[in-house]
Design a protein around this ligand. Structure first.
Ligand code: F0G
Length: 459
């Protein structure tokens, strides 16, 4: 019999969780204005809001922290991290930032001007936010297959090369400073981009004289999918695949809170000295001096170690199989999810699940509230709320997909936790036909509204 996968680590320290009753949760979610970001963590039993900054660091990371050098300038921790970034990702220039969106802010301050177009696969919300904040436009060139959740395609994060070519053909290249590729593509379901596609994107971008950047938050999970799904990569190590992926990029922004398994941190990687110099000024302005940029020395040490561990095959294999395990359980219960399963999360296709809640009443958010009430599980809406209003017309944007995301923190939960989540979803599924009323907005911010929105049930 084939042995099942098992985590390549054991547990040395545990953290208390807080079970609760439905009555408690009804009060808490009302007080939270039906926005799960407003819940206190003790009001949550299993927290699948995000895989960002919520992972468990290893004993080696914790011990590396003790060797952190907290010098303002020239800290050894900075040089350790710089060397690790050069070794794993191949960038000679790097700037630390406090997290991924800060890296976007610094880099885009150099490269994005009003009226620019920034094509890519589906941009993450902070990436799009930083583009639109500068009165530029994010253009989604993802393949159409990505938006059909029941269609099997190994690389649903891929860019449609024809769509990308068209953007270059219809606009002058001065308006397109760079293309940004999100690895894996979070918004379409943690879906990977193939090496072949990266090569083709690189060819198009270079033909037109633009730059290619990666939003690399989950680059290692992307490399795992290349190894396991793309022809010619089975016998390569994750680190070899990563080096090849990044050989096509002029630079990257990184949220280290994902695949580098730290609780806080980010960075920019660059090849070009001129861009590095310009970005340095903004880094000092927004983040801090170039050898710490918003990070403590100890955190840079933990990050250097995390980059190594996060690009190990055995770790990635158990991580991605745990996500797939939850996906399989949900499928057994007939719950429609994005397939194939993504790297960091299972995405429930809410349009196919809560069919009786009108789109105007935010069905994915409605399902997030139901799941919390059912079992104290916190998830995230990736749908109409998150899509914000159109910056010009101020109308709600209705994205192609209405998802509920169950993001799995790295090295944190057990298979029993996954089983509980799956059964909670099944219980909701059993009564889903009767769920007909959603939520309405009471208050919202002009941009990135889902973080702070206040809602109430439609009566
Ligand atoms: N890019 C991607 C693809 C992301 O998923 C995120 C964050 C960021 C950039 C921004 O990084 O949070 O360090 O500032 N995603 C988190 C999530 C918040 O829940 O998916 P950050």
């Amino acid at each position: 019999m084939r042995l099942p996968y098992a985590e390549p680590y054991k547990i040395k320290m545990v953290e208390q969780l807080y079970p609760s009753t439905r009555t408690h949760r009804e009060t808490w979610i009302r007080e939270a204005k039906y926005n799960l970001f407003n819940l206190k963590s003790e009001q949550v039993f299993i927290d699948l809001l995000t895989d960002s900054g919520t992972g468990a660091m290893s004993d080696r990371q914790w011990s590396a922290m003790m060797l952190g050098d907290e010098s303002y300038a020239g800290a050894s921790s900075y040089y350790l991290l710089k060397e690790k970034i050069r070794e794993i990702l191949g960038f000679d220039y790097f700037l630390p930032t406090h997290q991924g969106r800060a890296a976007e802010n610094v880099l885009f301050s150099v490269l994005v001007s009003e009226g620019d177009l920034i094509p890519g696969n589906t941009h993450f919300d902070t990436t799009r936010g930083h583009i639109e904040f500068r009165k530029a436009k994010a253009i989604d060139c993802t393949i159409d297959e990505a938006f059909n959740t029941s269609l099997d395609h190994p690389f649903k994060g891929n860019v449609d090369i024809r769509k990308l070519e068209q953007v270059f053909q219809e606009n002058s290249v001065e308006k397109i400073p760079f293309v940004i590729i999100t690895l894996t593509c979070n918004s379409s379901g943690g879906q990977p981009v193939s090496m072949q596609n990266l090569k083709e994107i690189h060819r198009v971008v270079k033909k037109h004289g633009a730059l290619l950047f990666y939003d690399a938050a989950r680059f290692a999970e992307n490399a795992y999918f290349i190894k396991t799904r793309e022809k010619g990569y089975r016998d390569k190590t994750i680190k070899e695949i990563v080096r090849e992926m990044f050989s096509f990029a002029d630079g990257m922004t990184m949220s280290s809170k994902k695949d580098a398994i730290v609780n806080m941190g980010g960075f920019i990687g660059l090849r070009d000295e001129k861009i590095f110099r310009e970005a340095t000024t903004f880094n000092i302005l927004f983040e801090g001096f170039i050898t710490y940029g918003g990070m403590s020395g100890r955190d840079m040490n933990a990050l250097a170690q995390g980059l190594d561990e996060g690009t190990e095959f055995n770790y990635l294999d158990s991580r991605i199989k745990q996500v797939a395990y939850l996906g399989e359980r949900l499928k057994e219960f007939g719950i429609p999810v994005q397939e194939p399963f993504g790297g960091h999360a299972i995405f429930v296709d809410v349009k196919r699940f809560l069919v009786n809640v009108p789109l105007e009443q935010f069905p994915a958010q409605t399902l997030a509230v139901e799941l919390y009430l059912e079992a104290g599980v916190r998830s995230a809406e990736i749908g109409i709320l998150m899509a914000d209003r159109d910056p010009i017309t101020r109308e709600n944007r209705f994205p192609e997909m209405e998802f509920l995301r169950l993001a799995i923190p790295r090295r944190v939960y057990t298979r029993n936790h996954m089983d509980l989540v799956a059964v909670a979803m099944k219980n909701i599924s059993d009564r889903r036909e009767k769920l007909t009323r959603g939520l309405r907005i009471v208050w919202e911010a002009p941009i990135l509204r889902h973080f702070t929105v206040e809602l109430e049930p439609v009566d």
